[in-house]
Design a protein around this ligand. Structure first.
Ligand code: DP6
Length: 347
């Protein structure tokens, strides 16, 4: 007998970033964070888990390639899910209990570049944890288990606008994500993802935040400032106040990347193209005399832009003009602010 479950989980975009851990083993964050989970049919991971008494060993495939199942984070997730499921089964004598002793096969794929700073591990681990939860008929919140796979994954367990509370307990049991507003709360909000580079990032988030934590003075100041920012952005989300939401989002992204540069040796995730996107957004906002577009960058050069539905067409038109593929892009790289402002005025 084989039991099989397929789930999908979307990427989440952090607007108040998680950067730095207070406990490396438990993946406890140095600060709480806030994110927006994309819709299910957009950037997503899809995972099938199968349990069978015919399987001889646990196995995992990612985007068609077999990976080592002994990866400690994958093992932590499987162990924790099974521990919770066994505890629950002892209480309820559920028939799904027999599956807990069978070997499992996991097959996961992303519909977007993996490890290019587009939160692929967040969607991947959230999806794996949710699929295992369904396989073993586990009840309750599993965001703390997803956190054991990749910190930011705990936020992808929920839809809409999500806060990951860093928690107070040393065992991490209260370090979990919760939804603050459903995705229906702000129907006009849109996200554009500009893929600058699909390559795997040079310094992974885990390693990058470790070195920042160890060497950056600026990070200490950032950690102190996060609670106020979370309060303000939560209120802005609640009020659908785009200007405040956008400005806090951009400043937080800039601050995280400033901490990366303050790291020793420095880490720079942004490329010239990323910086030109930042420049385009500020020029556009200046020209419109209001904040209508916001950028944020994770541990990579790709830009996530927030804007309202009414501004998408106009801004996309500009993006296509200033970031055309190949040779014309070279011309833009030689361009300057004056030309940019002139072009904006002509629109
Ligand atoms: C820049 O969750 O990938 O995307 O917990 O070590 O797996 P680990 O790190 P990860 O870090 C994400 C960092 C970020 C910001 C964020 O998503 O909050």
């Amino acid at each position: 007998m084989t039991h099989c479950i397929t789930c999908s989980a979307p990427v989440n975009i952090a607007v108040i970033k998680y950067w730095g851990k207070s406990d490396e083993a438990l993946l406890l964050p140095a600060n709480s964070s806030v994110s927006v989970t994309l819709h299910q049919d957009q950037l997503q991971a899809q995972t099938t888990v199968a349990a069978s008494h015919h399987f001889e060993k646990d196995r995992i495939w990612l985007n068609g390639q077999e990976q080592c199942i002994n990866n400690p984070r994958i093992q932590n997730v499987i162990r924790e899910i099974k521990r919770r499921a066994r505890k629950q089964k002892t209480d309820s004598r559920d028939i799904a209990a027999e599956r807990l002793n069978w070997k499992i096969h996991i097959c996961s794929k992303n519909n977007f570049p993996t490890a290019a700073g587009l939160a692929s591990s967040a969607a991947g681990y959230a999806c794996l944890v949710y699929a295992l939860k369904c396989l073993y008929k586990l009840e309750g919140d599993v965001s703390a288990i997803a956190r054991c796979g990749s910190g930011s994954a705990c936020r992808s367990v929920h839809g809409g606008f999500v806060v990951w509370d860093k928690g107070q307990r040393l065992d991490g049991s209260d370090s979990m994500a919760r939804q603050i507003q459903p995705h229906t709360h702000w129907p006009d909000l849109r996200v554009l993802i500009l893929v600058v580079n699909e390559q795997k990032k040079h310094t992974g988030s885990t390693e990058g935040m470790q070195v920042t934590m160890a060497t950056s003075q600026l990070l200490k100041e950032r950690i102190r400032s996060v609670p106020d920012k979370i309060e303000q952005i939560t209120q802005a989300i609640h009020d659908r106040d785009f200007k405040t939401f956008a400005e806090i989002t951009m400043k937080d992204s800039n601050q995280m990347h400033a901490c990366c540069l303050d790291t020793y040796p420095p880490i720079s995730y942004l490329t010239d193209v990323s910086r030109r996107i930042i420049h385009l957004v500020h020029c556009f906002n200046k020209h419109r005399q209001e904040t209508t577009v916001a950028y944020t960058f994770d541990a990579g050069p790709n830009a996530c832009l927030f804007l309202l539905k009414k501004d998408v067409k106009k801004f996309l038109h500009l993006v296509k003009r200033f970031f055309p593929p190949k040779t014309e892009e070279q011309d833009f790289i030689r361009g300057n602010t004056k030309q940019l402002m002139e072009n904006l005025s002509n629109d």
